[in-house]
Ligand binder design. Sequence first.
Ligand SMILES: Cc1ncc(COP(=O)(O)O)c(C=O)c1O
Length: 391
Amino acid sequence: MRRKPHPTPTLTSVLPSFTGNVVDEFVQKGGEFSYKARTALYDVFSRIDKSIFGQRVLIPAFHCPTVVQPILKAGFEVEYYRIKKDLQIDFAELADKLNENVAAVVIINFFGFEQPLQALPTLCEANNTLLIEDCSHSVAAISPVRLSGGRGDISIYSFWKMLPSVQGGGWVARAPATLQKTEKKKPAQPLIQSLRLGKQIAEHIFDNMLLGLRCILGHYHYQDDVRVDFDAPVETSQEVTFYPVDELHYDFDIPWLSKYIIKNARFNSQVAGILKNYQDLSDDFSKVEAFHLPYADSELNVVPWAVPVILENRQQYDYKLLANDVSFFTFGEELHASLYDGKSASQAAVDDARYLSGSMICFSIHQNLNSIDIHHTKKVVNTLFSQKSSL
Ligand SMILES: Cc1ncc(COP(=O)(O)O)c(C=O)c1O
């Protein structure tokens, strides 16, 4: 049995909630909902006037291709700036690329952690460049729990990654007047898609109810023994593959059911549990020699999406974790094809992006995961990496 890497709906997700959540703030700030974050990016870039702001967009070389595709589709040229192996921006390279023809700089708060901006806001302002903060990896900052982002001109969100809505993204602009109005009428989600979503949500609710029942009855456990020969080495090669993007995602509006779940999610009350899962795993992982935790020393001021780990030669291990029902996912495993065209990125940027692409592994900590799941993840990881543990 393996819990899904991202949260899925439970029965309470479809019941109305009268407690606030971070999404109230999104609505108060004039946030626009979208089908997914990629749709939000497409909507935003379709509204940027190239004759005022310019034609080029600077994007992190380490990314998800769903960030790049909508910007190209909206008619911009993209150029990549280097993200160093520790996931930090190479500010010298970025500043070098910034000029008046750059319409926007996209920064990604990887795994929710706020990317330091240094002088970027000032540099962007001086070049009439929009600063777009991609907060797709986490909807919330903490102390107090609140909507993440707001440090740039536009913030992008991917609600479904943290709230159990299956779909749903959005964007907020600090000064909406800088953006053009679009006349584009989006077709409503076709009936068949809505029915499919309803069925999917019903199945998730049913599965979660069964798991809940098994917890109550004491039947919820993972297999005791770790099932794969961890010592067997595997041949790995990091091939360049391409991420499939469904063009339909740009035309759909957010389904009403996803929007309803997002607005009623009991997210704020679940934050303590998510942070506990984060702390539990990261404390344990910091003792694993093969793991590098890039944010271990940063102050925790967001609700992270996962515990991100840099693990060299990830491909030697990830399928073994999968075979043992560990909940994890990868990010940036595939990079956009234009990164490799020889002109859009420096060699150092490509090299570091490929390093990260083959090394990032993200251990899930979301609200559906309980102490049994977290214990299991620790156990498999410690067995795999031969750690003496307190388990
Ligand atoms: C940084 C970033 N922005 C945007 C997206 C697109 O998110 P969505 O799947 O909601 O379109 C992703 C996807 O993982 C992402 O990693």
